[in-house]
Design a protein around this ligand. Sequence first.
Ligand SMILES: Cc1cc2nc3c(=O)[nH]c(=O)nc-3n(C[C@H](O)[C@H](O)[C@H](O)COP(=O)(O)OP(=O)(O)OC[C@H]3O[C@@H](n4cnc5c(N)ncnc54)[C@H](O)[C@@H]3O)c2cc1C
Length: 440
Amino acid sequence: MEIQKNYDVIVAGAGIAGIGAAVKAGRMGASVLLVEHYGFVGGMSTAGMVGPFMKHSIHGQPLVRGVFEDLEDGMRRQNGMIDNGFYASAFRSSAYELLRQAGVTVLLHGEISRVHREGNRLTALDMLTDGREVTVGGQVFIDTTGDAQLLYLGEFPWVKGDEKTGLLQALTLFFRMGGIDIERATEYAKANKHDFFDWMTYDFDFSKIVSVAGYWSNVRRAIEEKRLPPEIEYIFFTTLPGSGEGSFNTSNVLGLDGSSSPDLTAAELTGRNQVDQLVTLIQQELPGFENSYLVETAVQVGVRETRRAVGDYAVTGADVRNMHKFADPVARSSYGIDIHGQKDEDSVLEHVEEGEYYEVPLRSLLVQEADNLLVAGRCISSTREGHSAIRIMPTSSATGEACGALATLAVRAGTPVREVPYASLAAEIGYNLTQTEAAS
Ligand SMILES: Cc1cc2nc3c(=O)[nH]c(=O)nc-3n(C[C@H](O)[C@H](O)[C@H](O)COP(=O)(O)OP(=O)(O)OC[C@H]3O[C@@H](n4cnc5c(N)ncnc54)[C@H](O)[C@@H]3O)c2cc1C
């Protein structure tokens, strides 16, 4: 193995967690390499066109600050974000600016294909660039691939899917439509509440993003007439910063594993077919959509769940339901359990009461058997239920930022990541404040 270059911190995968990790480590003075398979950053937030940012506040006050707030500010400055809805293009340019300012080396079009492990340490990883493997060395590695790829390649412990059945959440290909008469569409929903989800609120404020979900009778009829496949359950869109635009989280691809290339290929094809059928139905039947058109579909199908790390602690559904506070918090969230059911599995959506929140502990970012490998974002250590709540973008950003800080502190001290005192990390990520101060 010939190491071409060494870095203090190597971050694998440039989704929102990887961006949080790399920016934080760079700001703290570490030399950082951020490796990404796509030709752009953002992962699910851009390639998957996922949005809006799920609830991350109590009484209107943010629970996630730091890099996440800076990312939001950058998007707002471009008019690319209103309320919690944003464009993938605004996300990318805001993230590039933060990465540039933090001095992070970004390698796009780089596929991590192998890791080099010596006992409990990773020493280097190989990236496929220009059709050949290039080896880079690091002192601390952060796995933000969403799929726990570094753990998988390095044979560190991981789990996948439901503890009893092995089921993974449904996949969804996002799409965006323009030319919608939003007022007419929302008036229709208001006049037909029986056909929409009961969590919908009807005091629409068009200066914010508006969510509309249901149209059950249209979906049912279309399935009976074989104009839609039976997997489609409802039509759900949220408005975007531009007037008359909506982002649709509606396609529903079942029975496939988002960490397998052949399965992902099948999911892309099924998802695109579903979107074609959905767009036809929407244009032909839904009031307010008479002049609407398809703007774009996501680059890749959205993957909610694949591998999860086995860490020093697994965040559970009970932690979320009981609003568990830990002695070593690294993130706070007010988003509840949200499982998009598979074939023959019911979906679960639980809301957290206003003013309540739970915490994610540092121990869920520490990988068992590993001295210099951390995990952030949707593949942190959790049970399936816990995962369904912590996977949202704001929490993923917060766990990424915590890993970036912890990795840099470990590099500075020359110690395994577990030996960094929690108090030092807390001071770096603002958790030395009391809970009330931190949330205000
Ligand atoms: C359909 C769907 C709807 C959702 N809705 C919402 C929502 O409304 N609000 C919300 O807040 N959250 C939502 N989520 C959850 C959220 O989008 C994700 O959980 C979150 O974005 C995960 O971020 P991440 O950085 O952990 O992973 P990802 O965004 O998946 O990023 C991982 C990155 O790693 C890269 N990578 C992977 N393997 C390699 C490799 N071997 N080499 C190099 N690079 C690699 C990938 O290309 C990717 O860029 C949704 C998710 C889905 C799928």
